[in-house]
Design a protein around this ligand. Structure first.
Ligand code: CO
Length: 134
């Protein structure tokens, strides 16, 4: 079912400081910040040869990553995103095996304009997994 690792998302308390750290200390190529209002985050992409890292901070009061930052004030890894060829087929197969899909179980358009789903971390050993249709 799983294809490439699309990205790893890291929640940070200060996006500019995090972008600066990746640029200056790690020598990474970092995009300009942009806002994903529908997802409640402001983020930058760190381009790596084989994947990308998303550094994100909460945007707006209803941000889904706000509570995460309250529990982890210095930031931390939030989710990993794997690519799948057919997101509806992947969802059906996972649900048949008892895995829980977050929200209403319908794919949403994610930060890259492609359909995504999130799987319950308790079903996957403590890691929040995003599936994205490649
Ligand atoms: Co993501």
């Amino acid at each position: 079912m799983l294809g490439r690792l699309n990205h790893v998302a890291i929640v940070v308390p200060d996006l500019e400081a995090a972008a600066d750290g990746y640029r200056k200390m790690l020598g990474a190529v970092v995009s300009e910040p942009h806002i994903e209002a529908a997802h409640g985050v402001r983020l930058v992409f760190v381009d790596l040869p084989n994947t990308k890292i998303e550094l994100m901070e909460p945007y707006g009061e209803a941000s889904p990553v706000k509570a995460y930052l309250e529990k982890n004030p210095s930031g931390g890894m939030h989710h990993v995103c794997y690519e799948v060829a057919d997101i509806s087929a992947a969802r059906d197969q996972l649900q048949r095996q008892g895995a829980r899909i977050l929200g209403d179980g319908k794919p949403k358009i994610g930060a890259h304009g492609k359909p995504v789903l999130f799987l319950h971390p308790k079903d996957f050993f403590g890691t929040l997994i995003e599936l994205e249709q490649a």
